[in-house]
Ligand binder design. Structure first.
Ligand code: ZN
Length: 513
């Protein structure tokens, strides 16, 4: 049983084999940090967090790179328009790097609260200008890029003529792309072909973010950073390169062309893995369409199409209850169902704390068996053990099948049902062995907590509980039930809270002892 992943490059599910086992290099195209992240931006990080967690569970040594795009991400794929970062900076009258830092901080907070482990390396595009210039020089040296007026463009038709097939990732022919290309946009006059894309752009006088280069002051094109940083940290050929389906073309297509056209001469990654989109009433959630739900707002609610707020873990479960290659439509109904599912899994964890292997000692089993077993006879657990092992195996069948978390979660619920039966019916407790149960319990915990990354969230509101406790205290005092009064005082004191009886009524304060 091994992991298979759908490879966009080959358009089929393939068995995952690392280039250099046991090392695995994973690169995820990270955020452009010029504004708050919305729910659609969270799906990739959550999916690839689970993938890297699972690869680690499979004993691979994973290096997970998730970049920060803090420069050069232009408004459209036609290399026109204003830099998004600068636009945001100009609007707020601040230094662009301040904007980038602010939203980078916010992004990290949101990702941590969603349970995404920090990447092993989080490179910033602005910190890798030298590496990007180096890749451009290699591509020019290979005759696949040309300079015009301080800008450098990738020569797509020439690359294609060399048999490299620009469009192989997104499965588009050069002819179709030519027919669909948008003529007359800014910068097109400098290009030899409308399909050519910018590797380096000359900075206009008002452009704030600019760096010196062999072609004059400017900034890198928006596909270049990932090729340069993936190579720097994961080598010429990484194992997995991920991102949203909307990045497949042109972003990832251009990345492959840049890597093939440079001294790497590779497809940059062996597996190209794309997660599907979040939709609102069937339409893709995006900044440009204005139908987005910001993560910060979503955690509090209400916002946009949502009448309520949803905690980060509920949002994480919501994203994982679907297979990553299926679209997911966001609605209150769907999120409420997700909350139910999430809580069910968490209650499962709490059940397992009680259902420990200790209670399955042979003495206990003998006592609880309907027909008492003769001394020295072991109960027959073969059938029960096999059932339990099959339920556990099903969970991993789901994960191994192209990281189908939807299937894995459905199997977890089946396993949980079995746990509940075991906990509720003492007679059946003799039907499974301690070893099989321990394995199943360990597997459930590992999948829920370590692989899916679902943690228990404190749901109870401490203020509310304190208020309620003080009400009980007041009642107990009125009833002159001094035993209860003392118990409540002692319980709160152990939590660092003292009760004060004042003229105005009962109040509390932090203990100063
Ligand atoms: Zn990228």
């Amino acid at each position: 049983m091994s992991l298979s992943l759908y490879n966009t490059l080959t358009r089929k599910k393939e068995e995952f084999q690392p280039v250099h086992p046991p090392q695995v290099g994973v690169y995820l195209c990270g955020p452009t940090v010029y504004s708050e992240a919305h729910l659609g931006n969270a799906r990739g990080p959550v999916v690839f967090d689970v993938l890297t967690r699972y690869l680690r569970h499979l004993q691979y040594q994973v290096r997970y790179v998730r970049n920060i795009t803090d420069v050069g991400h232009l408004e459209s794929d036609a290399d026109t328009g204003e830099d998004k970062m600068e636009k945001a900076a100009r609007a707020a009258r601040i230094e662009p790097m301040q904007v980038a830092q602010h939203f980078t901080n916010r992004y990290r907070q949101h990702m941590l609260s969603l349970g995404c482990l920090p990447p092993d390396i989080e490179p910033q595009a602005s910190g890798h200008i030298i590496e990007q210039i180096q890749v451009i020089e290699e591509i020019i040296g290979n005759g696949l890029a040309y300079e015009v007026n301080g800008s450098v463009y990738f020569d797509v038709p020439k690359y294609d003529e060399e048999g490299k097939r620009y469009g192989k990732l997104s499965n588009r022919s050069i002819e179709d792309q030519m027919a669909n290309s948008r003529a007359g946009l800014e910068g097109q006059s400098e290009k030899r072909s409308p399909l050519d894309f910018a590797l380096w752009k000359k900075a206009s006088p008002e452009h704030i973010m600019r760096w010196p280069s062999p072609w004059g002051e400017g900034f890198p094109g928006w596909h270049l950073e990932c090729s340069a940083m993936s190579r720097k940290y994961l080598g010429d050929l990484s194992d997995i390169h991920g991102g949203g389906l909307d990045l497949m073309f042109p972003h990832h297509e251009c990345e492959i062309a840049q890597s093939q056209g440079s001294h790497s001469h590779t497809d940059e990654a062996r597996f190209w893995v794309h997660n599907n989109m979040i939709t609102v009433n069937g339409t893709k959630m995006s900044k440009s369409l204005g139908n987005f739900v910001l993560l910060g707002d979503m955690f509090k609610g209400p916002t946009g199409p949502l009448a309520f707020g949803y905690s980060p873990m509920v949002v994480r479960f919501f994203l994982l209850q679907a297979h990553y290659r299926s679209p997911v439509d966001v609605s209150d109904d769907a999120l409420q169902a997700a909350r139910k599912g999430y809580r069910k899994l968490m209650n499962g964890l709490r059940l397992l704390d009680r259902l420990t292997a200790d209670s399955f000692s042979s003495d206990v089993i003998r006592d609880r068996t309907v027909a008492p077993l003769a001394e020295g006879r072991q109960p027959d657990t073969a059938a029960g053990d096999a059932e339990l092992r099959k339920l556990v195996a099903d969970v991993f069948v789901g994960l191994n099948d192209d990281l189908n978390t939807a299937r894995a979660i459905a199997s977890l619920f089946n396993l949980l049902r079995k746990f509940n039966t075991l906990a509720a019916t003492t007679a059946t407790m003799a039907t499974v062995s301690s070893a099989a149960l321990t394995d199943a319990v360990d597997a459930y915990r590992a999948v829920v907590s370590d692989i899916l990354g679902l943690q228990d969230e404190p749901r109870a509101n401490a203020e509310e509980l304190l208020k309620l406790t003080l009400e009980f205290y007041t009642e107990a005092k009125a009833e002159k039930a001094y035993d209860k009064v003392d118990t409540i005082r002692a319980a709160l004191k152990s939590q660092g809270i003292v009760i004060k009886d004042t003229k105005a009524g009962v109040e509390w304060a932090y203990s100063e002892e």
